[in-house]
Design a protein around this ligand. Structure first.
Ligand code: UDX
Ligand code: UDX
Length: 471
């Protein structure tokens, strides 16, 4: 087993394969993608132009690229040459047909399986890296078995647990690697082959093997549990604001219980990212399909609280600004769904901006890694999905601009909203920012990263998620 191909050079495929190549010098890893533009960016001699921003990624790519790590659009060639093929294409929520807005769209995954079946002339192990509904491996296996060349395939599930922004760190030091396979002799052999690859750098006790469906389900459940913690603390943040308790103090007290633990208890403007909402919707849909309506409703609650939190934040801004944002300028610090990534999928910024733009506000955003084009595309996609007219969309988009620095975004603005927790936002000159803003100047800290007392003493009217307002 010394040749790997990965279909999909995205946030998961790119970093994961770069780390495998780096840790396994004897294995040749080829990452392929249908997007010529994306592959060209991965091959760009200037590492600043990699399509994905992740701390540490450029260094790993620099060391392995051209040696045993290759990025290519020659998909068929890479499939044919590989012993192991990872499928890491995106699996967005369906935007059409049955399960619209809930189920995972498996079109790309199925296309990959069909392509592998039609191209491969020798036996392969096919690994699901994409997050998929339970029993998808079975469907992939069935498609592969139609191969006209008589090749045989073993499908494994090997979900990725990396978090964006810390992907490289997570890949080097995973809490666990999960590999699901069939319990037949061939299935066990395939699982073992993949175990041996990870064992090059992951301690064997951290490599967990299960049956294929347990593995698929564990990925959905892990994300659902993580998101549930955020929704739990976010629900309490609303209660804290109403009662005078401070959510940070509550989270610290609660998290000290070793059975609960301190992680993922940070109240925020709401979780985003390509996974949490999509995977929970997937879980909810799955439960509904099996008639488990109470279970479906339970997990749907995690999403409902997240939607509530995003709306609540936008409403708080509007209420504080004397019930109208029409014609007012609001500075946004951050657009990415978390710090240290240029990924904006499902970012709370999109939904907060949507509400404020619909109320007639002008928004000026500063994000160190996200382009205006990306921001406009995020909003346009949302509004088109809702069926809004192009005229309406164009007009609203003209009210969202970017600035070249955090300070510049606040120039003549009525309010500042902190949406992403980029470290550089903590150390700004707030007195200088205050002096260039309209008065009264408001700050809404959706990430709890600023010094609330300092802001108050400068003269800002400051609001922080989960903190009672002092007058
Ligand atoms: C991954 C997983 O696949 C998804 O299931 C999981 O929930 C989140 O992480 P991600 O890497 O974030 O997705 O997706 P993205 O960054 O969009 O990359 C997917 C890549 O696959 C794109 O570059 C796209 O061009 C490519 N692709 C898509 C193909 O090469 N072939 C296709 O048929 C479809
Ligand atoms: C998540 C999972 O963590 C990862 O294991 C899985 O493979 C993919 O999905 P990711 O979405 O990249 O990773 O980032 P994560 O760090 O989990 O953050 C998700 C969202 O939750 C972000 O918007 C983040 O800001 C928010 N969050 C996280 C909070 O609001 N509070 C917290 O305490 C933690």
């Amino acid at each position: 087993m010394n040749k790997i191909c990965c279909i999909g050079a995205g946030y998961v495929g790119g970093p994961t394969m770069a780390v495998i190549a780096r840790q396994c010098p004897n294995i040749t890893v080829t990452v392929v993608d249908i997007s010529h533009e994306r592959i060209a960016a991965w091959n760009d001699p200037n590492l600043d132009n990699l399509p994905i921003y992740e701390p540490g990624l450029a260094e790993v790519v620099a060391k392995a690229r051209g040696k045993n790590l290759f990025f290519s659009t020659e998909i068929d060639k890479a499939i044919e040459e590989a012993d192991i093929i990872f499928i890491a294409v995106n699996t967005p929520t369906k935007t059409y047909g049955k399960g619209k807005g809930m189920a995972a769209d498996l079109t790309y995954v199925e296309q990959c399986a069909r392509r592998i079946a039609s191209v491969a002339t020798s036996d392969k192990i096919v690994v699901e890296k994409s997050t998929l509904p339970v029993r998808t491996a079975e469907a992939i296996q069935t498609i592969l078995e139609q191969s006209p060349h008589g090749a045989s395939f073993e499908v494994l599930s090997n979900p990725e647990f990396l978090a964006e922004g810390t992907a490289i760190e997570d890949l080097f030091k995973s809490d666990r690697v999960l590999i699901g396979g069939r319990t037949t002799t061939k299935g066990k052999e395939a699982v073992q082959a993949l175990v041996e690859i990870y064992a090059n750098w992951i301690p064997r006790e951290k490599i967990v093997t299960t049956n294929v469906w347990s593995s698929e389900l564990s990925k959905l459940v892990s994300n659902a549990f993580l998101a549930q913690r955020i929704s739990s603390i976010n629900s309490i943040s609303a209660l804290c604001e109403a009662t005078g308790a401070d959510v940070e103090e509550v989270a610290t007290a609660v998290g000290k219980d070793s059975r609960i633990g301190p992680k993922f208890l940070k109240a925020s403007v709401g979780f985003g990212g390509s996974c949490f909402q999509k995977d929970i919707l997937n879980l909810v849909y799955l439960c509904q399909q099996y008639g488990l309506n109470e279970v479906a409703d339970y997990w749907q609650g995690v999403i409902s609280i997240n939607t509530y939190q995003k709306n609540r934040f936008a409403t708080l801004i509007q209420k504080a600004l004397f019930n109208t944002v029409n014609g007012k300028t609001i500075a946004f610090w951050g657009w990415a769904f978390k710090k240290d990534t240029n990924d904006t999928r499902e970012s709370a910024a999109i939904y907060v901006a949507d509400q404020l733009l619909s109320e007639g506000a002008e928004i000026v955003v500063y994000d160190p890694k996200v382009t205006l084009k990306r921001m406009h595309l995020d909003l346009q996609t949302l509004w088109e999905f809702r069926g809004e007219s192009q005229v309406e969309i164009k007009e609203k988009l003209s009210n969202l601009k970017t600035a070249s620095s955090a300070k510049a975004a606040c120039n003549k603005s009525h309010a500042l909203a902190v949406i992403t927790e980029w470290d550089s936002f903590k150390t700004q000159d707030f007195s200088a920012i205050y002096s260039q803003m309209e008065k009264p100047a408001f700050v809404f800290d959706g990430r709890k990263i600023l010094d609330y007392n300092q802001l108050q003493s400068i003269g800002f009217t400051a609001y922080e998620i989960g903190k009672p307002t002092q007058s």
